[in-house]
Write a protein that binds this ligand. Structure first.
Ligand SMILES: Cc1ncc(COP(=O)(O)O)c(C=O)c1O
Length: 369
């Protein structure tokens, strides 16, 4: 059994993908070729957003808008410690300060009451200027954007949706990619829409921000590629990766529906999975359950692995307890929900091609005493 089955998917698209890759070998525009622009048009249409700007990774998709806003030393950016390290890393890279906020124990996403308290405390403290919020759509489930956007308005903060795991999801009819001022997704191979290397995209309805992001991803250049107008980086997506994504997009909605069915089947038998609020449509990047304690979780992983069922712990360490972030001087106990989740969570196999026999075996192993 595979944790993530990319081989079956590849069989479906292999022929047409080889044709597309052949076209690139013929035209030779490996960087910013026609596939990149075709993909950007299709991604924007898919989300219902004005601009989709492809880039080299989900990390750069977060970094580039922060650079466009001039976020830097003295600024506070609010996010959670229960996410992939990239979310906090981009804040720190710019010399700004990640201010962590704990998550809900149901959805594992940023706790909005605690978010507002953290903003108030930061203002009262007077050492940092609150500038932005990066809510994370963990495992494919969107954060509470209606509430977050109200808080952002109240305190004049920007919102950047970390949609690395949630592309394809929605709240009601509103697709991921359209929340906040800007959204960032990742096309890392394991993501619901993944390429065969690194890739990412930025989504926004703001024309000026889009122009700035486009310039920053190519060394801060506009029409003259040898004359930089602002500090940028090499953040482009290449044509080969765009071609992979274009082919995968043709079966993406069908695969989302298949993920949905896997999720429904799991939930018939399990009541300890991540909570998906009513009207929220997850992209089901991962299927995660919590066990009562660290020991129970580790015993369960052992039992599942003994039965050749692969598991992964996302995330074993909350960011505030990682050595790389020790300079922020957080302590154990500062974010109890995130810390408990790190000790008790485990992700089970999740992909569109997971069959009922496999899920039955997983359930049976989980329920065996
Ligand atoms: C929540 C989150 N944010 C950001 C990223 C960074 O994306 P990438 O690996 O494409 O740089 C990831 C990737 O795993 C992620 O899961």
């Amino acid at each position: 059994m595979e944790f993530l089955d990319l081989k079956t998917q590849q069989k479906r698209i292999r022929k047409s993908l080889e044709k597309r890759l052949g076209t690139i070998l013929d035209h030779g525009a490996y960087i910013m070729g026609p596939e990149v622009y075709e993909l950007e048009g299709k991604l924007a249409d898919y989300c219902g957003v004005k601009h989709a700007i492809s880039c080299s990774s989900g990390t750069d998709a977060l970094l580039i808008p922060l650079m466009a806003w001039g976020i830097g030393p003295g600024d506070a950016v609010f996010t959670t410690p229960f996410t992939y390290v990239a979310t906090a890393e981009v804040i720190a890279l710019l010399g700004a300060t990640p201010v962590f906020v704990d998550v809900y124990d149901s959805t594992f996403n940023i706790d909005c009451e605690k978010l507002e308290s953290a903003i108030k405390n930061t203002i009262k403290d007077g050492k940092l200027t609150p500038k932005a919020i990066i809510p994370v759509d963990l495992f494919g489930v969107s954060a509470r954007y209606r509430v977050i956007e109200d808080i952002a308005k109240k305190y004049n903060l920007k919102v950047i949706e970390d949609a690395a795991q949630s592309f394809g999801g929605s709240i009601g009819n509103q697709k991921v990619g359209t929340f906040g001022d800007v959204a960032a997704t990742s096309f890392y191979p394991a993501k619901p829409l993944g390429c065969y290397g690194d890739g990412g995209a930025i989504f926004t309805n703001n024309d000026d921000l889009a122009e700035q992001c486009k310039a920053i991803r190519i060394h801060g250049t506009n029409s003259d590629k040898y004359n930089s107008e602002m500090i940028g980086l090499n953040g482009r997506l290449d044509s080969m990766q765009a071609a992979v994504l274009l082919e995968k997009l043709t079966i993406f909605d069908e695969e989302l529906e298949m993920r949905n069915k896997v999720n429904d089947y799991y939930r018939k038998y399990l009541n300890n999975a991540q909570y998906i609020p009513k009207n929220y449509h997850s992209a089901h990047a991962l299927f995660s359950v919590t066990l009562g304690s660290h020991d129970k979780r580790d015993q369960m992983i052992y039992r599942l692995n003994e039965n050749n069922i692969p598991t992964v712990v996302y995330y074993k360490y909350p960011i505030h307890l990682m050595k790389g972030f020790a300079y922020l001087e957080y302590d154990k106990g500062d974010f109890p929900v995130s810390e408990k989740l790190s000790n008790t969570i485990v992700s089970l196999p999740m992909h569109p091609y997971l069959n009922h026999d496999d899920i039955d075996l997983i359930i049976k192993t989980l329920k065996d005493k």
